[in-house]
Design a protein around this ligand. Sequence first.
Ligand SMILES: *Cc1c(COP(=O)(O)O)cnc(C)c1O
Length: 455
Amino acid sequence: MEETATETLLIDAARRAVAYLAGLNDRPVRPDHAAVAALAQFDEPLPEHSVDPQAVLRLLDELGSPATLAMAGPRFYGFVIGGALPATLAANWLAAAWDQNTALYNVTPATAVLEEVALRWLLDLLGLPGEAAGAFVTGATVANFTALAAARNSALRHAGWNVEADGLFGAPPITVVVGAEAHPTLFKSLGMLGLGRNRVVRLPVDGQGRVRADDLPKLAGPAIVCVQAGNVNTGAFDPFEPICQWAHDEGAWVHVDGAFGLWAAAVPSRVHLTTGMAQADSWATDAHKWLNVPYDCGLAFVREEPALRSAMSITAEYLPTASVQRNPSDYTPELSRRARGVEVWAALRSLGRSGLVEMIERCCRHASRFADGLEAAGYEVLNDVVLNQVLVSFGSPEKTQRVIQDIQDDGTCWAGITGWQGRTAMRISVSSWATTDDDVERSLQAMLRAAGRNS
Ligand SMILES: *Cc1c(COP(=O)(O)O)cnc(C)c1O
């Protein structure tokens, strides 16, 4: 039977994607200068006429693919970024073909059910209260935003104020408490919610970035306390138990930003880091980081379902929302959106509990190997390596900067620069399913060669 033009196109896309992924192991992790320069060819006038979609795909592959950073590959350690498990990439392709507008159960039952199942599995895996509501959003920034909108609703409702109806003008002020090493995007979320990026109480932290629980302030009136599971530099966890105890005694809502650290709760060897975390009121995490699903995918969980629902539901009359089923859009900022829960379901369905535990433990073991290898060579590791994050100084800030640049240029692997409590460091974050022992050894040797060249 002859292929239709659409079939030919989609098969070509799959073939190109497969070739791209197969090439990741041997190409430099950074893109070529020449490939980046060639991106200028995209900058052409808007075409007047239609062209063959296959020619468009060819252009995209020939110009775009070489100019990508190999984030999907096994030796990318920048930011805190996972790859995409094969099962999740495949599920993403199929779900894109379905093209389901995942807002309402009655309209898109398959994707609504998959999200519900994935949520139930997640609450179980992460040790969160079974009654918590959940939302599939674009990432941890929006997950923090979503959970904090629920927190704002609840804090003001207890003070007799309906913030969704009446807004913040004239509302009782909310005290927002954050750790001094909170992620920068948390402040952005607070800003978007009208809670202010700057009008926060900052709790002092220790050398790992953990909130110090020894001198917690009195809180008066509505209050939200934001803590962290996994500092983006050190991987450290706030002491949830004493903080939840104090915050709840003070009548405050506790929110946990666990963009990548929340996953430690699923792993017996790391779960001690999260002691007391389940006592919080809301949690945010990413699936596109450590669960290794494609972008974009984050999750918000809220213990008090009505608080999230009041903050997010629409109830416009023309929409068939009367369903007794769970409508995804009652929990998210978006109405129309892609079915991002499908990849989460595929990740969990394919890994199972033991596969997830093994993947997280493997990343942590790789991080420890990096730390040991760098320390053995005489370089200073600045953090306690409790998870998948390693901060290393190669000497002075200038030298550390030069070594990082050299490592990136060399292309064997990629790690980025960061500042940590006044020091300049390279941050190695091992978050990809694809990284092997051999990748770690190759990367470590490349780092040590670069450090040697710049001494
Ligand atoms: C990555 C990260 C974020 C932001 O997540 P996005 O998915 O990029 O929006 C927030 N908090 C922490 C601790 C993070 O590591």
